[in-house]
Design a binder for this molecule. Structure first.
Ligand SMILES: Cc1cc2nc3c(=O)[nH]c(=O)nc-3n(C[C@H](O)[C@H](O)[C@H](O)COP(=O)(O)OP(=O)(O)OC[C@H]3O[C@@H](n4cnc5c(N)ncnc54)[C@H](O)[C@@H]3O)c2cc1C
Length: 459
């Protein structure tokens, strides 16, 4: 009997990893991608040249035996290096110990590894330069356009749409009765710049940190690359003072960087050229439901739940989708007329509350990165949180750690995070000194409010 065929739309991070998962289960997989093959074509990165990879993404890559190869692409980031105006740089570790770290990885390098593995190891068929133009939700037909502009229709289900934040499939799905989709754009946008390697090929600033220049309403960040360079991202209002629309001349740009980021200006001598050549990217959150039409169509990754990048979780969450969908396939009968419908329904039921939670936490983290990190009380609470984690390791785990270093469902991390914040506030009161904390009271509060859930959810 020939293998059942599954079609994936989009060969980005989610689409290419999902292709591997499905091919491992014996499906015959075709992937249609709108852009040319990134392995043979110079494609402008478009968005985020490098990304932060954390535990959820690592688990999904490990499951398909890829993490060993991925490791070669990674640079460890142990914490945030804060560059506050007029102060010495200050390092804030991400976790309570040395293995609680995240990694910088090249988007292109990772995507290439996934494509090669899917194609050469698992026989996945990729069709590049084939753009989805429309999808008929009722018939299941999808209309594509090839690189010569010719249009054709494929009629093959199930069809999994991993076509990213601007998903055509989602936009068409949302027109069905009972469906909705919302794209909430931030008033802030971003622009990528680059710090070149030093003359001897090294990193110009600490290679093992995620650098942040927090300035209240805006910020710069920099993530290291293996070749010694850094990818720098300016997050700034689209309109206003300062805003991308008012940095329209070299004089305005230089004045802004001289006043706010003088050290970065020194590190990017060709700032003007880069700034005016590179595009401004928008950021937003996608909320939509349902994510599926019977057993015909399913949305995954950014197509279903694009989030703002401030928790470094969009790709991690998309990879977790692949992991979870695979588990739904494993534990459900996908065979038979209603099989895929059951799998898709289970997947959405498992994921939706969790992706809503990470969307909210990612928005909150923007304020933390550009502003709260400058507040001494924020650091005091962080220190107390680690102390509580040291004393009650199975129960009190800071929310950031739950998201980045554990696999607790996002919604559970969010729920525990709210309780933990209340406990921290209660224990500190108006004090600014950790020595005032009553740890007997801490134990009581933690037992009362957190203990019962811990063992079942921490992994
Ligand atoms: C500035 C920025 C920084 C980020 N930093 C991080 C980070 O540090 N850590 C992290 O985990 N996440 C980060 N993210 C989020 C991450 O990039 C996304 O969550 C991730 O790329 C989602 O993968 P995806 O496969 O769902 O979508 P994508 O990677 O966008 O892939 C979608 C694919 O579909 C293709 N496609 C689109 N439309 C069509 C069509 N009509 N027909 C055919 N093909 C189509 C596209 O060409 C693309 O290849 C960041 C995002 C941004 C914008």
């Amino acid at each position: 009997m020939s293998a059942e065929r599954v079609v994936i739309l989009g060969a980005g991070l989610a689409g290419s990893l999902l292709a591997i998962y499905l091919a491992r289960r014996g499906f015959s997989v075709d992937v249609y991608e709108g852009r040319p093959d990134l392995r043979t074509t110079e494609i402008p990165a478009g968005r985020s040249i490098n990304l932060a990879l954390a535990n959820r993404g690592i688990r999904a890559l490990t499951e398909v035996g890829l993490y060993k190869s991925v490791r070669e692409l990674l640079i460890t980031m142990r914490g945030r290096m804060l560059h506050e105006a007029g102060r010495a740089e200050a390092f804030q570790p991400y976790g309570k110990n040395d293995d609680e770290v995240i990694y910088s990885v090249s988007r292109g390098g990772l995507n290439e590894l996934l494509l090669n593995t899917a194609q050469h190891q698992y026989g996945v068929r990729f069709h590049f330069d084939q753009r989805v133009m429309a999808a008929n939700m009722r018939s299941g037909e999808v209309r594509l356009r090839d690189s010569d502009g010719r249009q054709y229709v494929i009629d093959q289900q199930p069809l999994i749409a991993a076509d990213g934040a601007g998903s055509i499939v989602r936009r068409q799905m949302s027109k069905l009765p009972g469906y909705h989709a919302r794209e909430d754009y931030l008033p802030h946008a971003y622009k990528e710049l680059s710090i070149a390697p030093t003359a001897d090929g090294g990193h110009a600033i600490d290679a093992n940190s995620l650098h942040i220049w927090p300035r209240g309403d805006y910020m710069l960040i920099a993530l290291p690359n293996l070749d010694g360079s850094f990818t720098v991202t300016l997050f700034l209002a689209r309109h206003g003072h300062p805003g991308f629309d008012t940095l329209s001349t070299p004089a305005e740009l230089n004045q802004f960087f001289k006043a706010q980021f003088p050290d970065v200006l020194e590190l990017i001598p060709d700032l003007e050229d880069q700034f005016f050549a590179n595009p401004v990217g928008v950021m937003g959150t996608v909320y939509c439901a349902p994510w599926r039409v019977g057993g015909k169509f399913l949305l995954v990754g950014d197509a279903a739940h694009s989030i703002v990048p401030f928790h470094g979780q969009g790709m991690n969450c998309a990879f977790e989708d692949c992991y979870e969908l695979d588990r739904c396939i494993e534990s459900n009968q996908y065979a038979g007329p209603r099989g895929w419908e059951r799998v898709f329904a289970r997947f959405e039921a498992n994921r939706k509350a969790n992706t809503d939670a990470i969307a909210a936490m990612a928005l909150e983290n923007y304020v933390e990165m550009r502003d709260s990190v400058r507040d001494p009380r924020f650091h005091l609470k962080k220190k107390l949180a680690w102390e509580l984690e040291r004393r009650f390791p199975d129960t009190f785990v800071p929310r950031y750690s739950l998201v980045m270093f554990h696999h607790v469902p996002y919604a559970e991390a969010q729920r525990r995070g709210i309780i933990q914040q209340e406990i921290l506030e209660q224990l500190l009161g108006p004090s600014s000194n950790l020595e005032d904390v009553d740890y007997d009271q801490a134990e009581k509060l933690i037992k009362q409010r957190l203990a019962p859930a811990a063992e079942t959810t921490l992994s």
